[in-house]
Design a protein around this ligand. Sequence first.
Ligand SMILES: [Zn+2]
Length: 235
Amino acid sequence: MARTKVKWISHAGFQITSGTGKVIYIDPWFDNPLAAMKLDEVKQATLILVTHDHFDHVGQATEIVQKTGGLLVANVETARRLQSDAKIPPEKVCYFGYGMNIGGNLVYEGISVTMTQAFHSTATGAPCGYIIRLEDGTTFYHAGDTGIFESMKTLGELYPIDVAMLPIGSVFTMDPVQAARATKMISPKKVIPMHFKTFPILVQDPSDFIELTRKEAPNVEVIKLNPGEEYTYSK
Ligand SMILES: [Zn+2]
C-alpha cells in the first residue's frame, strides 16, 4: 500500500513526503509564530512550490532551494524575481529558469505538477494553485490563496484528488462557506483546511468548516491538523 506523509507547517505551508522518500514543500513559511518547523529542520527537497509572491507564501522557499538543490516551481514572473533576488542558478528554477504558467505541467523525478488558477492578488505574475501527482498516483490539490471558482469541479474531474488543501480563513481567501462548497465541487477523498488562525483577523478554528462540509460533502473526510502534525495517507 502506498503511503504518503503530509505535514502542515502552518498557514499555507506543507511538506509532502512521497512513498519513495521524495520531499516537496509548498509555500514554506517558517517565520511565523504558529510554524511548527524551522528551516534548519529541512534536510532535503525535490521540489519547492510557491503559489504567489506574498511574504507569507514565498517564506523561505529560496533558502530551501539553495540548501537542498531542489527545483523551484513558480509562475513565470515570480520565478524570475525570486531567481534574481536570491541569485539562484537558472537550472534550479523549473523549465531552465522560465518558471511556468496556469495550465502548464511539469514532470520532474517522476512527480507531476500542474499549475492551476487562483483568484487572488500578487505583485508579480499571477497567483496559482498546484495539482501534484506522486510516483504512485497519489494526487494532491493545494488551492493556494483563492476565492471559490466553478472550474474547481473540472479540476476534480480531470485529476481525481486524494487530498485537497483548501484555505478557509476568510478575509484574503475563501471562508468556511465557500471552502465547504469547494470541497463538494472538487470531491477529494480527504480535505485539509489551511490558511486560518495565523493572523487575529482570520477565522480562528476549522469547526464551522467541518460542520458545513459534513452537510455539503458528507463523503469527504476533513483532516484537521495542528501545525507540525503529520498525516499519513494510504492510497
Ligand atoms: Zn496568504
